[in-house]
Write a protein that binds this ligand. Structure first.
Ligand SMILES: C[S@@+](CC[C@H](N)C(=O)[O-])C[C@H]1O[C@@H](n2cnc3c(N)ncnc32)[C@H](O)[C@@H]1O
Length: 301
């Protein structure tokens, strides 16, 4: 009979570290010729601030959306009172990311948009999934009106550009299987953005690694279906979105960063593509889920 105790990882390839996970605790990742991966359960700002400069080749991530969900954990990004404060928090995280990237490193940033509340100030809890934390809707940001599209991705992109990042491409992630919406006065949204930023003017980008149809240079609209989300995470990105990013801007053996690991998709793809990675996730429950996913828990008789 299978017991709890027989639920063991087949191969433990990813270490999970409780807080405080800083330079000392993570030094095994950065030792010469190391090829280890880790998940740090912490606020990404706290971890990154302790790390050496120039260690990651690429960062692929999707930050929490603004005011979408409250998981009641101190340090959670996305609950800022104002849009400007939310953008400022993310710029702060990505300043740490920039320092810890190699000089020829890049950041791939996936982010969706949202609408102002249209007068509603709260949203009912999700009855189908009570585990999903209650959401709050903030006041309409200054300068916007009810029903306005907020334009979060571009606001963030301009703020990062102003902070010194090179904004190299906006990629439209088109979702052919996008959920229908009940709206009748605008088109149904079927895309999100992925921005490619570089730390410097010149950076690692091997355009031969991923080609468009007829062997042309890759285009900036990517058709990728979303996957059903068994854990009800917000914004789980599909592995297919991460693959081209890592193929184009990192090599086997390189170290990849995701400062908002969630269910661990970026780590999963990094491992499959023979990169090592550091994932940082504030929620212990999500970090544990990611670890299970990455360490391949199976039953052993
Ligand atoms: C959009 S989700 C990432 C989803 C991920 N791309 C995936 O495929 O599962 C953002 C994650 O950031 C985490 N988070 C929020 N604030 C954080 C912080 N200050 N430091 C680290 N993680 C944080 C949230 O708990 C959430 O899991």
């Amino acid at each position: 009979m299978l017991t709890q105790a027989s639920l063991l990882p087949v191969e433990r390839q990813v270490h999970i570290l409780p807080p405080p996970a800083g330079r000392k605790e993570l030094s095994f990742l950065f030792a010469p010729a190391a090829s280890s991966s880790a998940i740090a359960i912490s606020d990404s700002r706290e971890v990154l601030t302790t790390l050496p400069s120039g260690v990651f080749q690429a960062c692929v991530t999707s930050p929490p959306y603004w005011s979408l969900r409250n998981y009641d954990i101190d340090g959670q990004i996305g609950l800022e009172e104002t849009l400007d404060a939310y953008i400022a928090s993310l710029v702060d995280v990505f300043e740490h990311v920039r320092r810890t990237l190699r000089d020829d490193g890049t950041l791939w940033l996936n982010i969706g948009d949202s609408y102002t509340s249209g007068g509603r100030t709260w949203r009912a809890p999700d009855k189908k999934n009570p585990a999903r934390a209650m959401s709050t809707r903030p006041a309409t940001p200054d300068g916007l009106k009810p029903k306005d599209l907020v334009g979060v991705p571009w606001r963030l992109a301009f703020a990062l550009q102003a902070a010194g990042w090179y904004l190299r491409s906006d990629i439209i992630w088109h979702k052919p299987n996008a959920q229908p919406e009940s709206v009748k006065d605008r088109p149904t949204r079927a895309h999100e953005y992925v921005f490619l930023f570089s730390k410097n003017e010149r950076y690692l980008y091997d355009n031969q690694e991923v080609r468009g149809p007829n062997d042309r240079n890759l285009r900036s609209v990517w058709d990728i279906n979303t996957k059903p989300d068994p854990h009800a995470y917000e914004a789980v990105f599909p592995p297919k979105l991460v693959e081209p990013c890592l193929a184009l801007t990192s090599r086997p053996g390189d170290m990849v960063l995701d400062p908002f690991l969630g269910s661990g998709t970026a780590g999963l793809v990094a491992l499959r593509m023979k990169r090592s990675f550091l994932g940082i996730e504030l929620s212990p429950a999500y970090a544990a889920d990611a670890e299970r996913r990455l360490n391949g828990m199976v039953y052993r008789g």
